[in-house]
Design a protein around this ligand. Structure first.
Ligand SMILES: Nc1ncnc2c1ncn2[C@@H]1O[C@H](COP(=O)(O)OP(=O)(O)O)[C@@H](O)[C@H]1O
Ligand SMILES: [Mg+2]
Length: 249
């Protein structure tokens, strides 16, 4: 059974976290759903990982990460990618891949996704959710739907400074859902110190878990839009790490 704990990373809980009335229908529903999820997973769709790719900042590599990881998971087991971004970049990418796409897609950028999740993901083993920048209500719903959250972040001071709203949003929902959270360094320039410095800052100074594998800044990720992501490589290593952690949990 998965450990459902999350660290606060030094960020105070917004008041919402302390004010939840778990007897209200809305929260009772969430808790009932979680109970079913933990106790009889085979009865509501056999899914192992519900991975939300989030960062309220745009352009950090969320869609690229979501499509690559969904492809990797889809080669192993039945996988659904939920495109929750109203900009629909992932949907466009999947459309261009055509029949060779190794996973299924649902375009669903509604803030009540978590309430309908059991129906949406029925029949799939793994679920990846691509989320938009901004649109906090949609991101909130994706966080409530997730067992795991991966936050792609470029190794720059600006990106690290802009991380706080995303972490606060996740922390504000901790009482309702406490997925495991990891950061993924993306767009890392080769032969520079930026990746190492960013990792050090995130891990040591902020105390946050960062995936060991990193995604380099590469033209191939830009020109790869619309193509089936290749097997293995860096995102393969990321996936191996996530799945290993999943088995250990
Ligand atoms: N590792 C990478 N190296 C170079 N360009 C990248 C990389 N990852 C993503 N990109 C490019 O950066 C832009 C933003 O990426 P995207 O995945 O759409 O981010 P988001 O979904 O967070 O807005 C896109 O043009 C994409 O092709
Ligand atoms: Mg995107």
């Amino acid at each position: 059974m998965r450990a459902r704990t999350v660290r606060h990373f030094g960020i105070d809980n917004p008041s919402e976290s302390g004010d939840i009335d778990i007897c209200s229908c809305r929260y009772l529903y969430v808790y009932t759903y979680r109970y079913l999820d933990i106790c009889i997973p085979n009865n509501i769709g056999v899914f192992d990982m519900r991975l939300a790719i989030t960062n309220l900042k745009g352009g950090t590599g969320k869609t690229t990460t979501a499509v690559h990881l969904a492809a990797g998971l889809g080669r192993r087991r039945r996988t659904l990618l939920i495109d929750a971004d109203p900009q629909r970049s992932a949907t466009e990418w999947v459309f261009l891949m055509g029949d060779s796409c190794p996973f299924a897609l649902v375009t669903d950028g509604e803030p009540d996704l978590h309430r309908r999740l059991a129906d949406v993901v029925r029949g799939y083993d793994h679920v990846v959710i691509d989320t938009p920048p901004g649109y906090e209500s949609i991101v909130r719903s994706a966080v409530l739907s997730a067992t795991d959250i991966l936050i792609p972040i470029a190794p720059s001071i600006m990106d690290i400074n802009r991380l706080r709203p995303t972490l606060e949003l996740i922390a504000s929902l901790e009482r309702l859902n406490a997925p495991s959270i990891r950061l993924l360094l993306t767009k890392v320039r080769g032969n520079t110190r930026t990746g190492r410095l960013a990792r050090e800052t995130l891990e040591t100074t902020l105390g946050m878990p960062v995936v060991a594998a990193e995604i380099p800044l590469m033209e191939a990720y830009v020109t790869g839009f619309g193509l089936v992501p290749p097997e293995g490589h860096r995102y393969g290593a990321v996936l191996d790490e996530l799945l290993k952690a999943e088995v250990a949990a």
